[in-house]
Design a protein around this ligand. Structure first.
Ligand code: GAL
Length: 377
C-alpha cells in the first residue's frame, strides 16, 4: 500500500514522451538535452543543491571507451529539468604518469560543500591509466566555486592500519589467523567465509583499503561520509571524512561483508538511513538491493529489492548512482540511475525515479516514463 498518492509532478505537467527530446521534458531512458540542445554527458553522477541551484556532476563518456578522455562535467539547473552545461569541472591532464592522465578511469564523482572551509569537495573513484581496475583508489579535488574548475588534491587507498569500529576482538583474532595462501581458489564456500571474516581487509591493512564504486553523504550535523565498495568489491565500507572533508578520519564500518554490493546510494528519511545498491555484474544491470539502519554506523539490515513492476528485477535496465533529495519537498527523493551502453558509452541514458514509501515508510521505486516527483510526507 502506498501513502502520499497525491502525486505532484514537480518537473513536468502531464506530458507524454512520444516526442523524444522535447525541450525541458525529461523522459526516462530517452536522450536528455542541455539548454544548448546537446546531449547531457554526466554519467555515474551526483547532484549538489547550493543556494538555489542544483549542480549535477558526472563522468564525461566518449563514444568508444569508458575511460576518462575529458574528465568530470558539471551542469546547473534551477528546476531539475533545464540543465545548463557549465563545462568540465575537473579535467584529465596530458602528463604521462599523472593520476589524471587522459585515459585513466574517473567514476562516480560526488560533490559536497564544506561550510567551514567555504569549499566544494569532490570525491571520485580513480583507476590509473593502463592498469585496468587494479589501483582501486579514491581521489579528492576542491574548488571555491560549485562550477569549478576543481583543483586536484590527491588519490589514495583508504584508512591504512585502521580497523573497522564494528570488529570485535574475537573477530579480529579470527581475521588475523587467515592466511592468503590457504585461499588461492576464489568463489568456494570456504573462500566466501574467509572474505566475510576479513581476508582482504587484512591483506590491505598496510596499504589502505580498496575503494571503487562510491558515493558521499553529508548528514544534518555536518559530518560527511564516504561509502565505497571495498575488499575486491565484496564488502561496502562507510568511512567518516575529516572536518574539512578532504581526508578520512580513521573511523569506518563494514556493511554486508561478502555481500558483493556496488553503486551505493544513500539517503535519510524520518530518522532512518537507507542505502540502495546494486550487485556486481559490471555494466550489465542486476537487481537493486536495499538496506536500512537507525544510525550511519548501523546495524544495517537488508530488505527486499525496492524496485517494483516490469523489469524491476534488473532495476529497469539501470544501475543506481545517487539519491537526490528534492529541495523544499520533505520526503521527495529521486533515485538517479544509469542505463549503461558500454559499446557506445556516451549514449548511456538516465533514469530518475521517484522514491515512494509504503505505510511502514519502506522505500519503493517504480519506473514512470516522465521524470516527476511524488510528495510523501
Ligand atoms: C560497474 C560499476 C561502474 C564501472 C563498471 C566497470 O559495476 O558500477 O561504475 O566501474 O562496473 O566495469
Amino acid at each position: 500500500m502506498f501513502v502520499g498518492v497525491g502525486v505532484t509532478c514537480l518537473l513536468t505537467s502531464f506530458v507524454s514522451c512520444a516526442t523524444p527530446a522535447a525541450f525541458g521534458v525529461l523522459c526516462n531512458g530517452e536522450e536528455w538535452m542541455d539548454t544548448q540542445g546537446n546531449p547531457i554527458n554526466a554519467h555515474g553522477g551526483g547532484v549538489l543543491y547550493h543556494q538555489g541551484t542544483y549542480y549535477w556532476y558526472g563522468e564525461h563518456k566518449s563514444d568508444f571507451t569508458t575511460a576518462a578522455m575529458v574528465g568530470i562535467t558539471c551542469y546547473a539547473s534551477k528546476d531539475l529539468r533545464r540543465w545548463e552545461n557549465c563545462g568540465v569541472a575537473l579535467s584529465v591532464v596530458d602528463s604521462v604518469g599523472a593520476d589524471l592522465e587522459r585515459g585513466c578511469v574517473m567514476e562516480r564523482p560526488k560533490v559536497i560543500y564544506n561550510e567551514t572551509m567555504k569549499q566544494f569537495v569532490m570525491w571520485f573513484h580513480l583507476e590509473l591509466k593502463g592498469k585496468g581496475y587494479s589501483a582501486a583508489r579514491t581521489a579528492v579535488a576542491v574548488s571555491d566555486s560549485p562550477k569549478g574548475p576543481f583543483r586536484y588534491v590527491r588519490s589514495m587507498r583508504v584508512n591504512p592500519d585502521v580497523l573497522p569500529i564494528d570488529m570485535s576482538d574475537k573477530q579480529w583474532g579470527e581475521m588475523m589467523q587467515l592466511q592468503p595462501k590457504d585461499y588461492k581458489k576464489w568463489w568456494t564456500k570456504r573462500w566466501y567465509a574467509a572474505v566475510e571474516k576479513g581476508l582482504f581487509l587484512k591483506r590491505d591493512m598496510a596499504t589502505g583499503q580498496m575503494a571503487r564504486d562510491m558515493t558521499l553523504f553529508k548528514d544534518d550535523d555536518g559530518k560527511a561520509y564516504h561509502i565505497y565498495s571495498s575488499e575486491e568489491n565484496m564488502t561496502l565500507h562507510i568511512a567518516e571524512l575529516s572536518a574539512d572533508y578532504c581526508s578520512h578520519k580513521g573511523k569506518y564500518i563494514r556493511v554486508a561483508p561478502g555481500g558483493m554490493n556496488e553503486a551505493p546510494t544513500i539517503f535519510k528519511h524520518k530518522g532512518t538511513y537507507w542505502m540502495i545498491t546494486s550487485g556486481c555484474t559490471g555494466w550489465d544491470p542486476n537487481a537493486a538491493r536495499m538496506f536500512s539502519a537507525p544510525t550511519i554506523w548501523g546495524p544495517w539490515t537488508q530488505h527486499e529489492n525496492p524496485c517494483v513492476g516490469e523489469h524491476s528485477e534488473l532495476t529497469f535496465g539501470a544501475q543506481g548512482t545517487f539519491v537526490l533529495p528534492v529541495e523544499g519537498r520533505q520526503g521527495a527523493f529521486l533515485f538517479m540511475a544509469d542505463v549503461w551502453k558500454p559499446k557506445c558509452p556516451s549514449d548511456s541514458r538516465y533514469l530518475w525515479l521517484p522514491i515512494t514509501f509504503t505505510a511502514e515508510w519502506t522505500p519503493v521505486i517504480m519506473r514512470p516514463n516522465v521524470v516527476s516527483v511524488a510528495e510523501n510526507n
